[in-house]
Ligand binder design. Structure first.
Ligand SMILES: NC(=O)c1ccc[n+]([C@@H]2O[C@H](COP(=O)([O-])OP(=O)(O)OC[C@H]3O[C@@H](n4cnc5c(N)ncnc54)[C@H](OP(=O)(O)O)[C@@H]3O)[C@@H](O)[C@H]2O)c1
Length: 159
């Protein structure tokens, strides 16, 4: 029942470009699915827009201040950070914070573990980056290699 950040970053800490993921690695998507299925995924509205449909097998929790959201199966719309933290108290599963940068920034203090995929690219023209120092106070406790030269590091909070 932890709050876990999960992200794929390039060599410069970039995570997005033009409202999309700047790469397509099926190995990482598969890994993301394995890690998050059966749990809740918290995302910002811009990240929600990148999905074609709610992430299957997961509670999709979307943060937005918009008033015109439609009810959707497996989607909970929340208007503020505190509502997400209140919901978390009633979950019997992990809450994965899945982005984007705004939402990662809003939950930096609450995230207890990070799962970070390092992508072997330096994306030109990237416009969305991880908050500086997001891994400060964390230590690596495990790593895993995925296909396509991807490296995953698992971090836990040490202070
Ligand atoms: N590489 C990765 O692992 C990864 C993961 C996720 C996303 N991404 C990329 O990151 C980019 C999107 O990131 P982003 O930072 O621009 O946007 P985002 O965090 O996905 O969404 C921002 C929106 O979420 C809502 N929001 C954020 N904080 C809120 C709060 N405290 N209370 C209420 N609503 C809140 C607002 O929606 P409203 O404006 O509707 O109110 C805000 O405009 C895309 O390029 C995406 O592909 C990459």
């Amino acid at each position: 029942m932890a709050i876990i950040g999960i992200v794929a970053v390039d060599r410069n800490g970039a995570i997005g470009k033009g409202g999309h993921l700047p790469w397509h690695y099926s190995a990482d998507l598969k890994f993301f699915k394995q890690q998050t299925t059966g749990n809740a995924c918290l995302m910002g509205y811009r990240t929600w827009l990148t999905l074609k449909k709610p992430l299957p097998g997961r509670l999709n929790v979307v943060l937005t201040r918009r008033a015109d959201t439609e009810p959707r199966e497996s989607v909970v719309w929340l208007r503020d950070r505190q509502s997400a933290l209140s919901l978390k108290n009633y979950l019997k599963c992990d809450l994965f914070v899945i982005g984007g940068a705004q939402v990662f920034g809003a939950f930096l203090e609450e995230i207890e573990r990070w799962v970070v995929t390092e992508v072997p690219l330096a994306v030109e023209g990237a416009d969305t980056f991880m908050p500086a120092g997001f891994l400060e106070g964390f230590s690596a406790y495990d790593t895993r290699r995925l296909e396509d030269d991807l490296k995953v590091t698992f971090y836990e909070r040490t202070r």
